[in-house]
Ligand binder design. Structure first.
Ligand SMILES: Nc1ncnc2c1ncn2[C@@H]1O[C@H](COP(=O)(O)OP(=O)(O)OP(=O)(O)O)[C@@H](O)[C@H]1O
Ligand SMILES: [Mg+2]
Length: 295
């Protein structure tokens, strides 16, 4: 892409390697077409699923066409979007193994604001099945490619592991969004994740961007949380989203009703924060598009 390199900015990772952020996406200035963001962090319980579901709902509220892809056998993103993971006829398992088409497996959420490729425990079997398959790390990308024109954003919820499912998600992705709970040990494991991103960039997906680090479940009254937040900012600079997701009980309650927090309590601090995240993401993408046009 002409001029792409000039618009890249360097950020230093925890282990000292340089990563590039903010290089222009391949999308145009106004319209992002099927831009895939994988929400990943091998650390468990940091807010990956919560972010995927609520960012999907917030982008949909901003009139974006969104597909949520559940790549976690726990199926939490499916359930949190109102899709019962039990007794799915087709799911991401069948799609990855080539036993169903994407179109057969995708379902709209009950209120119809975005689409979901659901998952359940069968996905564990798919991971094993993939081990001996050709193009095993590209299956998700290949499956999603024909659907890209139908969506503005495709958000992929990853499992808490750097396994073949996460690898598929990162090989398919244009960007990785990394939720980080601002607590003790939050930064542990980030070097391994960044190394994985570097490896994927070097060998499997040259275009993989760091979409951003997202501070989640943040409690500003907690000194440790504030410390972790400032460490993140000093290491990753403007790769950290300005938006901070607060710890908010409405966010935690919404999944048990099978709806995003925006539908559960649109005035809650959690709903407002996820809307702000969606706005920030769209603003960043508009800026990148503008940079591309100027370059
Ligand atoms: N902003 C928040 N405020 C309050 N609770 C939250 C918030 N974000 C997430 N939670 C709760 O924290 C728990 C972990 O969140 P979530 O399931 O999104 O993490 P995860 O990274 O997807 O976990 P896993 O690694 O198991 O997939 C859930 O019970 C969720 O409801
Ligand atoms: Mg999860």
């Amino acid at each position: 892409m002409p001029g792409a390199d000039q618009t890249k900015r360097k950020v230093t990772t925890l282990n000292g390697t340089a990563v590039m952020i903010g290089s222009p996406c391949h999308c145009g200035y106004e319209r992002v077409m099927g831009y895939i963001i994988s929400i990943a962090n091998q650390k468990g319980g940091v807010g990956k699923t919560t972010t995927t579901v609520n960012l999907a709902a917030s982008l949909a509220a901003m009139k974006k066409r969104v597909l949520l892809v559940d790549m976690d056998p726990q199926g939490n993103a499916s359930m949190g979007s109102g899709i019962d993971k039990h007794g799915l006829e087709y799911s991401s398992c069948e799609v990855l193994l080539g036993n169903s088409t994407l179109r057969e497996a995708i379902q709209p959420t009950p209120e119809g604001s975005f689409d979901v490729l659901p998952a359940n425990a069968d996905l564990t079997a798919a991971e094993v099945g993939l081990m001996n398959s050709p193009m095993r790390e590209r299956r998700l990308g290949l499956a999603l490619a024909p659907a890209k024109p139908n969506y503005d954003y495709i958000l992929v919820d990853c499992p808490p592991s750097l396994n073949m499912l996460t690898l598929n998600a990162l090989v398919a992705a244009d960007g990785i969004l990394i939720p980080i709970q601002t607590e003790y040990y939050a930064l542990e494991g980030l070097s391994a994740l960044m190394d994985t991103v570097e490896q994927i960039r070097a060998h499997l997906n040259r275009g993989l961007q760091i979409e951003g680090f997202l501070r989640t479940m943040h409690d500003p009254r907690n000194n440790l949380a504030v410390d972790v937040s400032s460490q993140l900012l000093s290491h990753f600079k403007d790769a950290v989203f300005n938006t901070v997701i607060p710890r908010n009980v409405r966010v935690a309650e919404a999944p048990s009703h099978g709806i995003p927090v925006l539908l559960y309590d649109k005035h809650s601090r959690g709903a407002t924060a996820y809307l702000a995240l969606a706005s920030e993401l769209l603003r960043r993408h508009r800026l990148r598009g503008a940079e591309t046009q100027l370059a």
